[in-house]
Design a protein around this ligand. Structure first.
Ligand code: FES
Length: 71
């Protein structure tokens, strides 16, 4: 898998963002706070949004539990 530079202003690459998502980062805002990616010119924000969305779409969904009203 290639490792492309996502944020040119702050030198943040795709592998760094994916690694943070795997460790629990949950949003573009989280990525911005941790790496500063997207906090300068902002041109990379759509790419970061896409990476976050793609990662969340691939993540296994937690199955909803049946409600127990204790009747
Ligand atoms: S390219 Fe990411 S803030 Fe400019």
């Amino acid at each position: 898998m290639s490792n492309r530079l996502v944020c040119l202003c702050n030198l943040v690459d795709e592998n760094e963002i994916l690694s943070l998502l795997k460790k629990g980062a949950n949003s573009t805002s989280d990525i911005q706070q941790i790496t500063r990616a997207g906090t300068s010119c902002g041109k990379c924000l759509p790419v970061i949004d896409d990476l976050v969305r793609e990662f969340q779409d691939k993540r296994p969904k937690v199955q909803q539990k049946k409600l127990d009203f204790g009747s």
